[in-house]
Design a protein around this ligand. Structure first.
Ligand code: I3P
Length: 126
């Protein structure tokens, strides 16, 4: 609970690294670059840390802020078209950014898919 991005859900999901690629920004296609990100889910947002959250909190350099993705109005779906990798989910935000998240471990990514979808479905009400 707490941290730079506000309240985060205290669930096991929080401790997962996922492969992440931002492929579209504001409707513009980006060059795909997969990186490993430490992902945290809040009630209405996702946070991507470049390093583990523990490291991020210890270092707390101004440039170390996590990337925050607003889930209000976001679409979350499985995709087979956007990558040759297996188990890829696509998040399309209301401002036209597209992110891919992937894990080789299906149970892991499947839990994230459900949790992010649920957060997105509920995020605009508050
Ligand atoms: C990309 C890189 C990505 C691949 C992507 C390539 O090449 O191999 O891993 O995505 O495929 O363009 P580069 O490093 O030269 O940018 P996947 O691993 O998700 O398939 P894409 O262009 O079909 O998205």
């Amino acid at each position: 609970i707490g941290g730079p991005g506000g309240a985060e859900l205290s669930v096991p999901l929080q401790s997962t690294y996922l492969n992440k690629a931002k492929i579209v920004e504001g409707g513009k296609k980006l060059r795909k670059n997969w990186t490993s990100a430490w992902v945290a889910l809040g009630s209405d947002h996702l946070l991507f840390y470049k390093e583990s959250k523990q490291e991020a909190l210890v270092n707390m350099k101004p440039g170390n802020r996590p990337e925050e993705v607003d889930l209000c109005g976001a679409m979350v779906e499985w995709t087979k078209e956007k990558s040759s990798r297996k188990h890829v989910i696509q998040i399309t935000t209301s401002v036209g950014d597209e992110y891919l998240l992937q894990s080789d471990d299906y149970p892991t990514i499947s839990k994230w898919h459900s949790a992010i979808k649920m957060a997105a479905d509920r995020s605009c009400s508050g």
